[in-house]
Each structure stands twice: as C-alpha cells, then as structure tokens.
Design a protein around this ligand. Structure first.
Ligand SMILES: [Zn+2]
Length: 420
C-alpha cells in the first residue's frame, strides 16, 4: 500500500491524498488553492479512482472534486450530509465568482452531487479491500477525520481538526484504535493562538462600546460556521442589541437548521439563529448601516458579497466599528484594512474612519491542542505533517520525532510514502 501526496505538502490549501492498495485507489479530499487564480492538486485520472472521501466542505478540501466528473465517470464521493449540502453551496459560489479559471462547470458539480453517498460518523463503509470510517472533527458542521483500514494497517487523516470544539460544535472525536499512519494538519503547529475566552470577551466589549456610542459594528465573517459562531458568542454573552445577518451566511443557516444532530446544542442554536434578523433586500440594507447594532456578513476577507456594501458605508463614520474575526490572507481587502486601515472600492482607496479591530476565532487546533491530539494517538505511527507552511510542517515533524519517537516527516507534493 502507498500514499501519494497530491497537495497540501508544506502548504495550506488544495488538499489531496491518493491511497493505493493492491486493487483499490481512493482519494482523501481533492481541493483547490484559492489565490488570485485558483491552483489545483496533482492530476489523477478519474478512471483510476473508485472513491473520494471528503473531510469537509471548505473549498481547499472539496473544490476540485467536480473535475473528476468531466468525463461522466462513476466515482463515489463519501462524506456527511452537511458536508455535501455545504460543498454544493460553496462550489457553486466559486463557479459564480471565478468560473473562468476553473476546468469544470455546473453540470460537473451536479454530477458530483448525484454520486454522493452520505455516511454517519463511526459508520463503517467498505470500498473493496478498504474500510472507511468518519470521525467527528469539530472543525465545521459535518466535518470529519478519516480512518482507512487496508491490508491490515490503519491510516488516520485528521483533515482540519479542532480539539476544543466551539459554541456550535462538539470537540473532535479521538476515540481511535491503534494507528499505523497519521496524516495530521499543521496549520497552527508553530503559533499559539489567543485564548478563546479572551477573544470572546474583547469582541463583546467592542460591540457594546460601538453600539452605545450610537454606531454600527460590521463583522465580515465566513458564511459557513464563523458567521453563526459569532452570532452565538454575542447572544450567549448577553449582548442585548440588534444582530443582523446577511448574504450567503443565511443559506448556511438553513443547512445547519436542517442538520441539527451535527450541532452541539441544536435547540440553543435554533433559538439564537431565529432570533437574529435575516436581512432581505437593499431597502433594509441601506437603513441598517445607519442604525446602532451589529451586522454580520460574508465574505470574511472582504473579497466579495454584501460585505463590500457594508464596508464602504460603515467605514464613513467614526462612531462605527469593524471587527475582523478570521485570518486575513495576503493581498485581500481584509489585510489592507487590518494593516493600513484602508478601504478600497470602485477603484478608490480611502482611510477607514470606523475603528478597526481584529480577534482570533480559529476553527483549527492551536499548537498546544495539536500536541494534545498526538498524546491521544495509540500505537507507534509514521506521521506525515501536512497543511501548513513549510516551517510549520517541517518543524512540527522534527518536534514529533523528538517528543514521541515517531518516524515523522513533512512530505512534499508528489512524494510517495510506501507502507509495508
Ligand atoms: Zn477547513
């Protein structure tokens, strides 16, 4: 048996791993790297693949799967129900925004969806000689880690994993048997994040301050999970003023309400998400930016969506505030705002008069939590550190080797790892 690294070797984005046994080839994730132009994992021939197992809906894990259906192939895609509903939403949106750069179309996405097979967590599924089991990953709704049993060996691929859970989600499930190969994400292996309680407290305080001085607080947030998480953080911490949500986040709300068993507290979520305002129409948007309260709207890095309208209106008034609640990628309008306080629209760049603050709300495990995951792993696995920049993967591998004595490497894209 062997594992080929197709993407996310010493980089974040375009995840893809090919697992090959004597008679079966499966893919674990097949995503895109979204920069100015999307880039893709190493090509595989659809006719050589029988199954794709998808960890979660984020495009860097799901976004290239439709390309496997170009020639009308008969591949099965395995994942949880919310993963498929959200992938459909996110990939369709990607086609809308950057379809020009993509090697597939809506028809291929539809084809992918018609080949989807829904699994429950811990439900065993056989693909020839391979046994596939999904484990709850705590990263986004429906998110999974994957256990593959093949030729007497067990491979555990964490996908994106959150050991701590969140207001919305239960923590990652690590009740695993002994494993022989561990493929672990390394995103924050070299960075400790601000404690979650601190980020929550400071964000709620900022929201109070802005609203009490008569301003509007705008929170650009990813439509899946982050927007809803922020609404819950405000509500749970007794924020009494108006909260409005807009854009694609509303579609994600509907998907989450349809999949309550994947939530930590379905009743609590339903109460909060139906209490806040779901913004509909431009009339309302134009009024909202003049009323004290909170507006949550994608895109999280301000690259598109209704966020652009809110940004330019909210930035005009010094009583207002803008709270960034995720990582802001290089070259994005969010990064420009965070680093220089500048807002760019219609070809003009202006100083934001609104107060801008940044809070860490990651859906990934922090450095400490990644080591807590390793503490829970049984057996003496070979470890592949992936899905992090070069330094995060390489340093993490050498730390794992030193601390646990595991044979750990940071593989490159294209590298083949033989497992005997
Ligand atoms: Zn993710």
């Amino acid at each position: 048996m062997k594992i080929t690294i197709l993407g996310s070797g010493k980089e974040v984005g375009r995840s893809g791993f090919l697992v090959t046994s004597n008679n079966t080839n499966i893919l674990l994730d097949y995503g895109v790297m979204l920069k100015r132009e999307p880039s893709f994992p190493i090509h595989v021939r659809p006719k050589d693949i029988s199954t794709v197992v998808l960890t979660h809906a984020h495009l860097d894990h799901s976004g290239h799967i439709p390309s496997l259906f170009l020639s009308g192939s008969n591949i099965s895609v395995l994942g949880t129900n919310p993963t498929f509903e959200l992938s459909d939403l996110l990939i369709e949106d990607m086609l809308k925004i950057s379809g020009f750069y993509l090697p597939f179309e809506y028809a291929d996405l539809n084809n992918m969806m018609s080949h989807s097979k829904t699994l429950q967590y811990k439900e065993k599924h056989l693909v020839n000689d391979m046994e596939i089991t999904l484990y709850e990953s705590g990263h986004i709704i429906g998110g999974s880690s994957i256990l593959v049993g093949v030729e007497g060996k067990r491979i555990f691929y964490t996908g994106d994993i959150n050991k701590r859970g969140s207001k919305l989600l239960r923590p990652a499930d690590l009740e695993l048997p002994e494993v022989d190969i561990l493929i672990i994400e390394s995103t924050y292996s070299q960075t400790e994040q601000a404690p979650r309680e601190e980020s929550e407290k400071n964000l709620v305080q900022f929201a109070h301050d802005v609203v009490e001085r008569g301003g509007t607080l705008f929170i650009p947030a990813f439509s899946v999970e982050r927007a809803q998480e922020i609404a819950c953080v405000l509500k749970v911490n007794n924020f009494k003023h108006r909260i409005s949500m807009d854009g694609m986040a509303l579609k994600a709300n509907e998907i989450m309400l349809r999949n309550p068993s994947f939530l930590r507290d379905p009743e609590g979520f339903k109460k909060i998400i139906t209490e806040i305002e779901w913004v509909k129409g431009w009339q309302r948007r134009k009024h909202l930016v003049k009323e004290p309260g909170v507006i949550i709207s994608p895109a999280g890095m301000l690259v598109g969506g209704t966020a652009l309208f809110y940004l330019q209106e909210i930035a005009k008034n010094p009583s207002n505030g803008i709270a960034l609640v995720s990582y802001q990628g290089k070259g994005t309008p969010g990064r420009l705002l965070l680093e220089k306080g500048l807002v760019s629209y219609n070809g003009k760049t202006k100083k934001s008069l609104a107060e801008v603050k940044h809070y860490e709300f990651s859906g990934h495990s922090s450095r400490t939590e990644l080591f807590e995951i390793l503490n829970k792993i049984k057996g003496n696995p070979r470890v592949l550190t992936v899905h992090g920049d070069d330094m995060s993967c390489t340093k993490f591998a050498s730390e794992i080797k030193e601390k646990y004595g595991f044979d750990a490497i940071a593989p490159d894209n294209g590298q083949i790892v033989e497992v005997n």
